[in-house]
Design a protein around this ligand. Structure first.
Ligand code: ATP
Length: 349
C-alpha cells in the first residue's frame, strides 16, 4: 500500500506571542516520504512549529512551501494534513470502524470505497476483530491505533503527530513505535512527529530536528545528531556525555597532562572535549592518550554497569558504561585505573 506524500519547506519561520518569540528564523526542508521528528525540551517551540505546518497557527515571519507551492496563508482545511494528538479524540459513541470511516464520509466518498478503505486501515494498524467495539472497550494503545488509522484513512499527503504516545506505558510505547515504523514504511506518507523523548526520536526518525528556545539547533540523521552533534546543547540533550575542559594546539588536545592526538579538524576557539560513556574503556596500566582516574562507584544496570570515576588531576567526574558480562576486575571502587577512548569518537566544542 502506498499513499500520496508531500515535501515541506519552512523558510525563516518566526512566531511571536506578544513580545515573546517562540520561534526564531527556523528553516528546514522535509522531503516527501520522510519521517522527521521535532525534539527539544519543554517550551522549545516544537508544537508551535507543528501547528504552523498544520495551518492552525499563523507564523509571524517567514514562509511555508508544500511541494514548492506557497501555503503560508492557506487555512488548515486547504492543506488537508492528517493529525494525531496525545489525547485520542475518538468519537466515544462510534465503533472503531465508524471512527475510521468518519473523515471519508465527510469527504462523501462512495460507500463501497469507504468499506474497503476502513477494512484496509483496520488491518494496517492490527485491529482486526475489534472493528465493532466502542473506544471505551479498547486499551490506550488500541485507541491510539484507531486515531492513527482515522488520520491515515483519507491518504493525507502529510501526517502530523504531537506526542501521540505520551499517555502510554513504556512497553506499549515501544510496541507502538515499532508499529509506526512499519506503517510509515508501508504508507510512504510524510510523517512529522513531535516528542521530547530522545530514544523515541532516535528509534523512529529518518531525521531529527533539535530545538532549543525557539531556534533549530541541528537537523540530521539519528546517528549524526548523536555521534556528530552540532554543538554542546545537542550533545548533552541526546544522552549522557562526559565534558572535559581542554586546551588545543595543532591537532592535539591536552586534558591535564594527557595528550590526545585528534584525527578531526579542531574548531577555532574550542574549549572542551566530550566523550559518550559507552565509548570509553578501562585500562589497568598507563597508555598514550589514557587519562588516570580513580573508580568511585559501580552501579549494576543489567546488561551494562555504570562506573563513576574521578580524574586524578582535575577531579572531573566521569561516567563510563561497560557491558556487565565483561567488566574487568579493575572496575573496583577505590582502584586507580586509566580511561581510554578512540580519539575519533571525541567531540570538540
Ligand atoms: P512541550 O514539549 O512542553 O509541549 P514545545 O517545545 O512544544 O513544549 P511550544 O508549545 O511550541 O513548546 O511553546 C513554545 C513557547 O511558546 C513556550 O514558551 C510557550 O509557553 C509559548 N506559547 C505557546 N503557545 C502560546 C500562546 N498561545 N500564547 C502565548 N505563549 C505561547
Amino acid at each position: 500500500m502506498t499513499s500520496t506524500s508531500a515535501a515541506i519547506e519552512a523558510v525563516s519561520i518566526g512566531k511571536d506571542f506578544g513580545n515573546f518569540t517562540a520561534l526564531d528564523n527556523v528553516s528546514m526542508q522535509i522531503d516527501a516520504g520522510e519521517f522527521v521528528t521535532f525534539l527539544g525540551p519543554s517550551g522549545s517551540g516544537k508544537t508551535t512549529l507543528l501547528m504552523i505546518l498544520a495551518g492552525f497557527e499563523a507564523s509571524t515571519r517567514g514562509a511555508l512551501l508544500v511541494d514548492g507551492f506557497d501555503r503560508t496563508d492557506s487555512p488548515a482545511e486547504a492543506r488537508g494534513f492528517g493529525m494525531v494528538f496525545q489525547g485520542y479524540a475518538l468519537f466515544p459513541h462510534m465503533s472503531v470502524a465508524d471512527n475510521i470511516a468518519f473523515p471519508l464520509k465527510v469527504q462523501k466518498r462512495p460507500s463501497a470505497e469507504i468499506r474497503a478503505r476502513v477494512a484496509e486501515m483496520i488491518d494496517l494498524v492490527g485491529l482486526s476483530g475489534h472493528a465493532h467495539k466502542k473506544p471505551s472497550g479498547l486499551s490506550g494503545g488500541q485507541q491510539q491505533r484507531v486515531a492513527l488509522a482515522r488520520a491515515l484513512a483519507y491518504e493525507p499527503p502529510v501526517l502530523l503527530l504531537d506526542e501521540p504516545f505520551s499517555a502510554l506505558d513504556k512497553n506499549l510505547r515501544g510496541q507502538m513505535q515499532d508499529e509506526m515504523r512499519r506503517i510509515h514504511a508501508q504508507m510512504g506518507t510524510t510523517f512529522v512527529f513531535v516528542t521530547h523523548d530522545q530514544s523515541e526520536a532516535l528509534a523512529l526518525s529518518s531525521r531529527i530536528a533539535i530545538f532549543d528556545h525557539g531556534t533549530l539547533q541541528q537537523i540530521a540523521t539519528p546517528s549524526n545528531v548523536y555521534e556528530r552533534p552540532a554543538n554542546r546543547f545537542v550533545a548533552e540533550f541526546l544522552g549522557d556525555i562526559n565534558v572535559f575542559p581542554a586546551r588545543f594546539d595543532a591537532g592535539t588536545a591536552h586534558l591535564d597532562a594527557t595528550r590526545i592526538d585528534l584525527p578531526m579538524p579542531i574548531p577555532t576557539g574550542a574549549t572542551h572535549l566530550a566523550v559518550r560513556p559507552e565509548n570509553m574503556t578501562l585500562l589497568a596500566a598507563e597508555a598514550p592518550g589514557a587519562l588516570p582516574c580513580r573508580v568511585v562507584d559501580r552501579v549494576y544496570m543489567g546488561a551494562t554497569s555504570r562506573l563513576h570515576l574521578q580524574a586524578l588531576a582535575s577531579q572531573t567526574s566521569i561516567v563510563l558504561d561497560h557491558p556487565t558480562a565483561s567488566l574487568p576486575a579493575i572496575a573496583e571502587p577505590g582502584r586507580e585505573i586509566w580511561v581510554h577512548w578512540a580519539p575519533s569518537v571525541s567531540l570538540i566544542f
